[in-house]
Write a protein that binds this ligand. Structure first.
Ligand code: GUN
Ligand code: FE
Length: 429
């Protein structure tokens, strides 16, 4: 028998990108892992079920972080006065080199998973490092915490420091080992094939990973057209390539299986066309794009064309794990983009960005990020009573105030796939 219960409070979520669905003082009824429905009142047949009554709190879907680097959590806030390529050399690669030490990985990754929990991220698509043991540990920590995640062992076999350069065959064998061991190990935590980006992978490696992805139907994540320095390096490496996206596509790494490309700040029309056709997800990471002088991604254009978009913290290119921070910076850059496009690329509303941070990214995980019937019940309970207000606010306004001025202390409970998840205490010092 599946457990059935209801969560009571002020329910707000987005079925479509354009508008909120709100049920004040209502019930989300959960059956097993999934939402049965949202009700204003519990009728006869549901009148005896357990009710978790959260009073005047707000109930929202859990946040989805579509792009984040677990090892870089140790570097959060460091070196952000540099551009992408110098930042990778000076800060990121030296830090990632440390994850051949599983004990070190355990310390950082435990804090990382705990902080994701804390800030209300219930699902994430995560880069590890090239190291398989540390990456396996990261998957175990996610599973122990009850959070949902795709986790990738990163592949790198060129243009990287010696300590982060894999032998091509070893890179493929280690990836295959991860897939075999973890494909069916957990329900909510799955492996994802993760070539870092074109500059750090030979065509031979990319092609082997593409074959592996298609043979095993494993999803793919990488970076695309993030920063001018990176793109000119790709042009130097592949002068004859049609464009950056096409290099992934020719290797079978561009939407033949579900695929996330982070950033896409400087994609051209042809690349957008390919993304539309192959349903490639974009992880929009504006905190990172501002910090690393990458630019503003054409997200309004991508959304209008039908490219699936979610939001990403991109820690530690981004300086904050909180998806509320990413929603706010997404709004700010979209306002600037509007002005700079001579008022062509319309700015995003808070409702639209809330959608991207929940159902938009959630689509990569299946039916996730909404309270529509059949969706997995991922939810946050928000007590906003400490936020100063001087007139009665609507539920929509309360959500806006929470996103812009609240923080993790307002999140009093978290649910993932129907289960309440408590603070992970794994190996914290
Ligand atoms: N491109 C390749 N690697 C990285 C990374 O670690 N962070 C970001 N933001 N971009 C990348
Ligand atoms: Fe990234």
């Amino acid at each position: 028998m599946q457990e059935i219960y209801a969560v009571k409070g002020n329910i707000i979520y987005t079925k479509t990108i354009s508008e909120y669905t709100i049920c004040e003082n209502g019930y989300v009824v959960v059956l097993g892992k999934k939402v049965k429905g949202v009700y204003e009142k519990l009728d006869e047949e549901l009148s005896n079920i357990k009710v978790l009554d959260y009073g005047d709190a707000i109930i929202i879907p859990g946040f989805v972080d579509l792009h984040v680097h677990a090892p870089q959590f140790a570097n959060i806030g460091l070196g952000l006065d540099k551009e992408l390529m110098p930042w990778l050399e000076a800060y990121t690669f030296p830090e990632e080199g440390k994850y051949n030490d599983v004990n070190y990985a355990k310390e950082v990754y435990s804090h990382f998973v705990r902080d994701l929990w804390k800030c209300g991220t219930t699902r994430a698509s995560v880069f590890g490092t090239i190291h398989k043991e540390a990456t396996k540990l990261l998957m175990d920590l996610f599973a122990e915490a009850g959070l949902g995640a795709y986790v990738g062992k990163v592949n790198m076999n060129r243009n990287s420091p010696d300590y982060l350069t894999e032998d091509t065959q070893a890179s493929i064998t280690d990836t295959l080992e991860m897939l075999n061991e973890y494909k069916n190990k957990y329900e909510l935590v799955k492996p994802i094939i993760t070539p870092r980006f074109v500059p750090s992978c030979t065509i031979e490696l990319l092609k082997s990973l593409g074959d592996l992805a298609k043979q095993t139907i494993t999803p793919v994540q990488s970076h695309l057209s993030e920063n001018l320095g990176e793109i000119s390096f790709v042009k130097d490496l592949h002068p004859d390539a049609r464009n950056y996206a096409n290099i992934y596509d020719e290797a079978g790494l561009f939407g033949d299986v579900p695929t996330i490309m982070a950033h896409c700040v400087l994609v051209n029309e042809e690349e957008i066309e390919l993304m539309v056709r192959k349903r490639v997800f974009v992880a929009h990471s504006p905190n990172s794009n501002c910090n690393l002088s990458s630019g503003i991604a054409p997200i309004r254009r991508l959304v209008t064309r039908g490219v699936p978009v979610g939001l990403g913290s991109d820690v530690s290119g981004g300086h904050n794990l909180s998806m509320m921070s990413v929603i706010v910076s997404s709004a700010q850059v979209s306002n600037i983009k509007w002005i700079e496009s001579n008022r062509v690329d319309k700015p995003f509303t808070t409702a639209e960005l809330f959608y991207l941070a929940t159902k938009g990214g959630g689509k990569f995980f299946g039916e996730v990020g909404s309270f529509e019937s059949g969706y997995e019940f991922d939810a946050l309970i928000i007590d906003d009573s400490n936020l100063p207000t001087f007139r009665p606010l609507s539920i929509e306004e309360r959500l806006q105030k929470f996103i812009y001025t609240g923080d993790d202390r307002n999140i009093i409970d978290r649910f993932v796939a129907g289960k309440k998840i408590t603070e992970p205490n794994c190996y914290l010092r």
